[in-house]
Ligand binder design. Structure first.
Ligand code: GLC
Length: 468
C-alpha cells in the first residue's frame, strides 16, 4: 500500500475553496515523482467532480458505540490522472453534501471522517509510515492513534501536521466527546484548550512534526500575540516552516489551456495581448496599468481595505485600472460594486469563484495586489510571478518570504509594511511609476519568469522530516 497518506478536507480539482486544496492537489504528485508512494484521503462531498468521475468501492466499514452508528465506504477514484491515488471517505448522511464547510455539525462531520479514515487504514496489511494531516479538520488524528485503543495498530505511525491557516482551530464543546472513540482519562489534557476540545491545539501537542507553509508565518505564530502562542513556543523544536511550491504543470503560461494567448518569445506581447483579451468585454482602457486582486474578499486577506483604497485612488488620480475577482463578505462585495458603479471606466469585478478567469487575469494583469493581514504562504503571488505579473504585497508571512522588493538587489516586487489604505495607495503610486518605465518593467518581468517556485525544493524538505 502507501507509505505516506495525506488527509485533508480539500484536494484540487476534486474539492477546493482555497490554497489548502491547491497544495493537497499538488504536493502528493511531486512526492510520487520523487519516488515516494503517496495517496490522499478526502471526504466524499456531493460536488461536480465527484459526480462526474468514476469511483470504485474498495472497502465498507462501520463505526459504532452506544452513542453512534455509521456505515462508511471507501471509494477509489479511478483514471483520475492526478499523479496520485485518491480515496474518498463516504459517510452518506454526514459528508455527502453540496458544500465542504458551513454546516452546524462540521465538527462532527470531520470527527467521523477522521475515524473512518483510521478505521480503514488500520486494516491495511502494510501500514503507512507517515500520516500527513492538513489543518484542523484532520488535527485529531495524531491524538487518536496515540491515545485511542481502537487505533493502537497505528500507534507507531509517525504524524506530520501542516498548518495552512492557524486562524481556524475547529474548537467545539466537551459534551461532544461522546462521539470520540474510547480514550483514557489521562489523555484528556491533550484534547483540551480553554475548556473546549480544540483540534488545532491538540494536533500541535500530539503530532511528531509540525510544519507551517512558510518560515515567516511560523515566526509570527511564535512571536506575535495569538491564542496558541505559548503552545507554538513549547513545541518549537519539532516545528519547521516549508514554503509551498506551485504546480508547474497546471500553472504554465506556455501551455495553459485557459489562455488564448500563450507565452512565447516576447513577454511584452504575451502581456499586452492577454490584457486586451480580458479587457475586451469591459470599458477599461488596456493602455493603462492593470492591478488585479484575486482571492477571498475577507478581512484576513485585506479585503476590507480594497474598496476604500480603490475609491480613494481613483477619486484623486485616474490612470489605473482595477479588476477584482473573488467573493466573501457581502459587505465588501457590496462596497466593491458601488466603487465599480462610480468608476465604470476604471473598475471591473467578478464576484464569485472562477478558476479559468483567474488564469486569464494572472496572464493579463500588470500587477497583483495582496494586502493580506495574515498570509501563511500565499500562492497567488507565486502564480502571478510565473505569468510575469508584478506582485504588490504586504510584508507578512509567506509574502515576505517569497517577494523581494524592486528597491533591493535583483528585486521583482513591490512590498509595503502596513495593512492600511495609505500603504496601499503608496504602493499603487510605485506601480504606476514602474509601469511608466517600460525598460525597467521589461527587466523585472524577465526576472519574474526566471524565478523557480516549483515543488521540488519543498518536497526535499518534507522527505527529510518524513524520514526522521
Ligand atoms: C491557506 C493560507 C495561504 C496558503 C494556503 C496553502 O489558504 O491562507 O496563505 O498559501 O493555505 O498553504
Amino acid at each position: 500500500m502507501y507509505k505516506i497518506v495525506h488527509l485533508a478536507a480539500e484536494c484540487f480539482p476534486i474539492a477546493k475553496t482555497g490554497g489548502l486544496g491547491d497544495v493537497v492537489g499538488a504536493l502528493p504528485k511531486y512526492l510520487n515523482k520523487a519516488g515516494l508512494s503517496t495517496c490522499v484521503l478526502l471526504p466524499q462531498y456531493n460536488q461536480k467532480w465527484v459526480q462526474q468521475n468514476t469511483k470504485v468501492n474498495v472497502w465498507k466499514g462501520n463505526l459504532s458505540s452506544s452513542h453512534f452508528n455509521f456505515n462508511y465506504y471507501i471509494n477509489q477514484c479511478v483514471d483520475a490522472g492526478l499523479g496520485f491515488e485518491v480515496y474518498l471517505v463516504d459517510i452518506p448522511d454526514l459528508l455527502f453534501r453540496e458544500n465542504i464547510y458551513g454546516y452546524q455539525d462540521d465538527h462532527l462531520r470531520f470527527l467521523f471522517f477522521q475515524q473512518a479514515a483510521l478505521d480503514w487504514i488500520k486494516n491495511w496489511n502494510d501500514k503507512p509510515e507517515v500520516l500527513h494531516c492538513h489543518d484542523h479538520h484532520t488535527g485529531l488524528i495524531p491524538f487518536m492513534i496515540k491515545h485511542c485503543p481502537a487505533y493502537s495498530l497505528l500507534a507507531h505511525v509517525r504524524t506530520v501536521f501542516t498548518i495552512h491557516n492557524g486562524l481556524y482551530t475547529g474548537a467545539f464543546a466537551w459534551y461532544n466527546s461522546r462521539f470520540f472513540p474510547e480514550f483514557s482519562f489521562q489523555s484528556k489534557g491533550s484534547l483540551d484548550w480553554d475548556d473546549t476540545i480544540n483540534p488545532l491545539a491538540c494536533a500541535i501537542k500530539c503530532c511528531d512534526w509540525l510544519t507551517t507553509v512558510s518560515g515567516g508565518y511560523l515566526d509570527e505564530l511564535r512571536f506575535q500575540p495569538n491564542p496558541l502562542q505559548s503552545l507554538y513556543n513549547q513545541h518549537w523544536q519539532k516545528s519547521k516552516g516549508i514554503v509551498n511550491g506551485i504546480d508547474a504543470d497546471v500553472w504554465n503560461p506556455k501551455t495553459d489551456k485557459n489562455l488564448t494567448v500563450k507565452l512565447a518569445k516576447s513577454i511584452l506581447k504575451f502581456k499586452q495581448k492577454s490584457k486586451q483579451e480580458i479587457l475586451k468585454d469591459t470599458s477599461l482602457n488596456p493602455d493603462l496599468p492593470l492591478i488585479v486582486f484575486i482571492g477571498r474578499l475577507v478581512n484576513e486577506k485585506g479585503g476590507e481595505l480594497l474598496p476604500q483604497a480603490i475609491g480613494r485612488y481613483l477619486s484623486r488620480v485616474g490612470n489605473v485600472n482595477f479588476y477584482v475577482l473573488g467573493s466573501g463578505s457581502s459587505d465588501i462585495e457590496n462596497q466593491l460594486q458601488r466603487v465599480r458603479e462610480l468608476f465604470t471606466q476604471s473598475v471591473a469585478t467578478y464576484i464569485g469563484y472562477n478558476e479559468a478567469l483567474a488564469h486569464k487575469l494572472y496572464a493579463g494583469a500588470d500587477f497583483l495586489i495582496m494586502p493580506s493581514i495574515i498570509e501563511p504562504c500565499g500562492l497567488n503571488q507565486l502564480y502571478a510571478m510565473r505569468y510575469a505579473t508584478v506582485p504588490m504585497v504586504r510584508s507578512v508571512g509567506g509574502l515576505k518570504d517569497t517577494v523581494v522588493d524592486i528597491g533591493d538587489t535583483n528585486g521583482y516586487g513591490i512590498r509595503f509594511t502596513n495593512a492600511n489604505v495609505e500603504d496601499i495607495l503608496y504602493s499603487v503610486n510605485r506601480a504606476v511609476d514602474l509601469y511608466a518605465n517600460p525598460k525597467l518593467l521589461e527587466e523585472i518581468r524577465k526576472r519574474l519568469v526566471a524565478l523557480n517556485f516549483s515543488w521540488e525544493k519543498a518536497v526535499k524538505e518534507y522527505i527529510e522530516i518524513y524520514q526522521y
